[in-house]
Write a protein that binds this ligand. Sequence first.
Ligand SMILES: [Zn+2]
Length: 268
Amino acid sequence: MKAEDDIYIGDGGLEYCSNCHTPRQHAIPNSIMGADFKVHIMCECQRSRYEAEQVERKEREFQALVAGNRSICFHESRMREWTFENDDGKNPMMDKAKAFVANWDEIKHKRAGLILFGGVGSGKTYMAAAIANALLDKGLRVLMKDFAEISNISIFDSEEYVKSLSDYDLLILDDLGAERKSEFAMQNVFNVVNRRWESGKPLIVTTNLSLIEMKQLRARDDIQYQRIYDRIFDMCVPLCIDGVSKRLPSAENKCEYMESIFEKGGAL
Ligand SMILES: [Zn+2]
């Protein structure tokens, strides 16, 4: 192959690339002066190199965006490694998490989220982080926070912080039940959950609480608890290690929908 800057004079007195034999010049007729104007153009090999560079540049920019989004998403850096690929295969619900990601576009429009519940060590947080990592890989913005943290937002930052959470395509709130229980803390939790509910974007909640405990908290004679749990149950379908539970009447329509998504599965 000849060097790309090698040229020769070919048809019409134009410069041609010695490598691909396509013109490096284009002639524009000049009726006043007589002689054609010659303007430089890219030959085929220059053009294909330019296009390959553009594809590489876009890929680099995309990967930088994904890396930036991932560093914002997790409060613990080890969670960046909690992926479907690194899963030990012990959680039988993982296929459902993959179905959630594979059908994301549809799920987003249905405003359907999940409550992942089960005992300590059942892998709920790993499962939520694997969903987050897979969606981050697609270029989506995901934020994972825990309830203890959001219940502690300073009164000065509260409004701005709560507002910023609606920017994310998916919000994951880890460890429902671990939040502080003061009136101020519960107000913070309600503000975050309510903002998500108003935004119409999906929410995933993880918790060690059982369904019975969640229902008891919702039934407490405390308007703050009722409002928080009403919103969560309205947005999220409960999923435990034994499968989707249909024992929460308010999410029943979404339960059936989510069952159909799990049935459908799909490739990531
Ligand atoms: Zn060429």
